[in-house]
Write a protein that binds this ligand. Structure first.
Ligand code: PMP
Length: 436
């Protein structure tokens, strides 16, 4: 009996719920690159949990830091109070983000970070006396979490359909993905920096003086690893600057080394005005998110007339355990040279992905940093079924992958070695060859 009775009453997210109940996949422990399932089988982690364990599971230093903190300071409010590690972490994060930002606001998740950034953007314009700037712009095929703000700017119809009306005054830029032009390209595709000019169309429609912010994932993760064309983000930056619109990068997935640089902002060499992150921030151990903002945004609130302030925050913002975990994560990044290691593995990883070209049903392979998407031809009338079948077969064979539609997404812990790449792609090739 490996299936606990309580599974009957545990409400699992995601749509393939029913199938899961029939045949649950239960993880009970984790170390390094591997989970163990309830039957004691080792499961190679091809997805860093849910894109959130860059330093590998049960990283001893991070585990010890959390243990120590829980015995020392179980909780401390960060409203009108503070604790040293919250400030220490802020300083370290300022350094880790290469001095791009002046301040960081702590949240408990990526969704909260996104909603926080949107609220900061709206309040910022009001604090400057530009209260007409209330419109928000997201992008099609973007995922920004499940809060009402994130759902509204997010670009996945299915995520929104039961929850409307959502935020008013939201437009979506078209997504940049073009399977025909881009299939099997490594890194950034060459076409379409001009796609960012779509922002001009929205500005012409509504007038720049009504627009508060544009939010984009530099590389869309959850919707299938969609890599922007060369120059797209740079052009978006130029247009936002031209029109006084804040640019927010949602780096919940791309942050903490996924592209082998600290953030995607470093990889693409772009300066967003705000940046959201979560996941890898604590190596997945304790829930935490964060919003980074430029100094000028913070200064605006400090200099605004009395009565215009940011009333926002969460009970658990800057929780001592989360701060301890994040501090230890940053130390591990530095001491173990996680980014250097990720860079050294990247060519081997990329070659392994592109070696799948020509296998049955594979219609695109895309990769950047240590993240990859493998797009399969959908079965007629059954979107997502083929990739889900691959996911189940991979798990049966001892590898955790992630599927989204007909795309298999891979994003292993950055501590992986060549042997893990060989294991993952050896099994993947076998599974792909055996798919109906
Ligand atoms: N933004 C992005 C880009 C994400 O990938 C995610 C989660 N996958 C979120 C926001 C939401 O984060 P969370 O699930 O921690 O709320």
């Amino acid at each position: 009996q490996t299936r606990p009775e309580s599974l009957a009453s545990f409400w699992m997210p995601f749509t393939n719920n029913r199938d899961f109940k029939a045949s649950p996949r239960l993880l009970v422990s984790a170390e390094g690159m591997y989970y163990k399932d309830v039957e004691g089988r080792a499961i190679l982690d091809g997805t860093a949990g849910l894109w959130c364990v860059p330093c590998g599971h049960a990283q001893p230093k991070i585990v010890a830091a959390v243990r120590e903190m829980v015995g020392q300071l179980d909780f401390a409010p960060t409203f009108q109070m503070g604790h040293p590690s919250a400030f220490d972490l802020a300083d370290k994060l300022m350094a880790y983000t290469n001095g791009r930002f002046g301040h960081v606001f702590y949240t408990n998740s990526g969704s909260e970070a996104v909603d926080t950034a949107l609220k900061i953007a709206l309040a910022y314009h009001r604090a400057r006396g530009e209260g007409t700037r209330t419109r928000l712009i997201g992008r099609e095929r973007a995922y920004h979490g499940v809060g009402f703000g994130g759902m509204s700017v997010g670009g996945i119809g299915g995520n929104r359909k039961h929850y409307g009306p959502l935020l008013p005054g939201v437009d979506h830029l078209p997504h940049t993905h073009n399977l025909e032009k881009n299939a099997f390209t490594r890194g950034e595709p060459e076409y379409g920096a001009h796609l960012a000019d779509e922002l001009e169309r929205i500005v012409a429609l509504h007038d720049a003086s009504t627009i508060a912010a544009v939010i984009v994932e530099p590389v869309a993760g959850s919707t299938g690893v969609l890599i922007p064309p060369k120059g797209y983000l740079k052009r978006l930056r130029e247009l936002c600057t031209k029109h006084g619109i804040l640019l927010i990068f949602d780096e919940v997935i791309t942050g903490f080394g996924r592209l082998t640089t600290p953030f995607a902002a470093d990889y693409f060499d772009i300066e967003p005005d705000m940046m959201t992150t979560a996941k890898g921030l604590t190596n997945g151990t304790v829930p935490m998110g964060a919003v980074f903002s430029k100094q000028f945004i913070h200064d605006t609130f400090m200099q605004a007339p009395a009565g215009i302030e940011l009333f926002h925050g969460y009970t658990y913002s800057g929780h001592p355990l989360a701060c301890a975990a994040a501090l230890a994560t940053l130390e591990v990044f530095e001491e173990q040279k996680i980014l250097d290691h990720a860079k050294s593995m990247q060519p081997y990883w990329e070659d392994a992905i592109h070696s799948l070209k020509g296998l049955p049903h594979v219609i695109d392979l895309r990769s950047i940093g240590l993240v990859a998407g493998i797009e399969l031809e959908p079965v007629a009338g059954k979107p997502g079924a083929r990739a889900y079948d691959a996911f189940k077969k991979m798990f049966a064979d001892g590898v955790l992958t992630r599927v989204t539609g007909d795309i298999i997404a891979l994003s292993p812990p950055l501590t992986l070695e060549k042997q893990h790449i060989d294991e993952l792609f050896g099994k993947l090739e076998k599974v792909l060859r055996g798919l109906d």
